[in-house]
Design a protein around this ligand. Structure first.
Ligand code: PHB
Length: 394
């Protein structure tokens, strides 16, 4: 009763004072004190582990920088997007309109990203993309308020074709989930492989997130290419690797991929993954002081080994802290765009910068799976930038 009376009295006092205009700035500050950070990620389905790794990375980076954004505490808002494109707009709208987030961090799946892109272009909400590589986000539909800390879908595979030809694989089959990420990863593979003199004998595909690979693997066996290249990720990638071996193809037809194939799945895939060669903007044995510290910190904090998704989340956190510090925590201040454009990210993957279209300019490594590790063989492409074709910052 006492408490209630106190509240009522205070409210009356506030209303009285507010009507004179005296307390308004104070109230506004009290209400808007925390920076509202939205996470829109898949926490269920074939990409669930990717969402968790990204969130872990974001939180660890911010925690290590003092746990605040430009001096302000953080309030988190989370939405499970289920990697479901048909709910992309609805889910992004929840964070932007209902939760009124100051920044939306999301997501993993390229199709869902298209929904986010529409919502944040319309609302002007700051958006950091911690994975989804859909070209349009930093090409034709680029925007001043959208920054990607990961890759474009064709970036890793632009380094793959040459590496395969160098091994003497002149004829290849391509296989993927048929949606933007797989189709655009194919563009990078096709361009690099045919330029290096290779021939793509067949393109195979199945709808996302299906994992009934058997008929396609039988077809690969009968086509007898020199090698297979692919895009799969998450739970589906682990199953593809195991099914490839179970179909008797491992050791007969070398398997290559955009490096997501072997990220975060090596425990699940086991020995079936040994020998798979991929290209990616990260690897497990970079053995730089920066990466070693990151890997140790991550393992201590989460009792898990980090992967490329954890790194992308971490870099998202680093970028957000840098941007927020430049505008003293006022994320609505457009000066944050310049700060983020000019940022150099001291990433576990190696230092990288933002391209004009807001996508990382980064090294792509050649890796091979050995004993549950993506062992780095060398740099397959140095400081690779996406073309950013069609991007006009409005
Ligand atoms: C995507 O849909 O853009 C995507 C998903 C998972 C990955 C990479 C790209 O590992």
């Amino acid at each position: 009763m006492t408490t209630r009376r106190l509240v009522l009295t205070r409210t009356a006092a506030v209303v009285g004072a507010a009507s004179t205009g005296l307390l308004l700035p104070q109230i506004a500050r009290a209400q808007g004190n925390k920076v509202r950070v939205g996470l829109m990620l898949p926490y269920t389905g074939t990409f669930a582990q990717l969402g968790v790794a990204i969130e872990n990375g974001v939180r660890m980076a911010i925690e290590q920088q003092g746990g605040k954004l430009g001096g302000r505490d953080i309030e988190w808002f989370k939405v499970d997007d289920e990697a479901e494109p048909s709910k992309g707009i609805e889910n992004a709208t929840k964070l932007v309109q209902r939760d009124k987030v100051d920044v939306l961090i999301g997501t993993v799946h390229s199709g869902v990203q298209m929904g986010i892109q529409k919502v944040v272009r319309d609302s002007g909400t700051l958006c950091l993309i911690p994975n989804a590589g859909v070209h349009a986000a930093t090409r034709a539909l680029c925007a001043p308020n959208v920054f990607r800390t990961s890759f474009t879908n064709s970036q890793p595979t632009l380094a793959l074709g040459q590496a395969m030809m160098a091994k003497g694989h002149k004829k290849a089959v391509w296989i993927t989930w048929k949606y933007a990420a797989g189709d655009e990863a194919f563009e990078g593979f096709r361009d690099s492989y045919t330029k290096a003199g290779g021939t793509i004998v067949k393109e195979l595909g199945l709808p996302f997130p299906q994992v009934e690979f058997q008929a396609l693997l039988t077809e690969i066996a009968s086509l007898k290419p020199d090698a297979v290249a692919c895009f799969f990720a998450g739970g589906g990638a682990a199953k593809f690797i195991k099914d490839y071996a179970a179909a008797g193809l491992k050791g007969k037809i070398p398997l290559y991929g955009s490096g997501f194939l072997t990220e975060g799945v090596l425990d699940a895939a086991g020995p079936a993954a040994d020998g798979i060669i991929t290209t990616m903007h990260y690897g497990d044995s970079l053995n730089t002081p920066r990466d070693n510290k990151f890997r140790l910190d991550y393992a201590k904090m989460f009792r898990l080994q980090p992967d490329v998704y954890a790194v992308q989340g971490y870099d998202t956190g680093l970028l957000l802290v840098q941007g927020a510090n430049a505008v003293k925590g006022d994320l609505s201040n457009k000066a944050i765009y310049k700060a983020m454009e000019n940022a150099t990210i001291d990433s576990p993957r190696g230092k990288w910068t933002m391209s004009k279209s807001h996508n990382p300019v980064q090294d792509i490594y050649l890796r091979v799976v050995e004993n549950k590790e993506n062992k780095v063989l060398g740099v397959a492409a140095k400081a690779l930038a996406d073309s950013g074709a069609g991007c006009k910052m409005g």
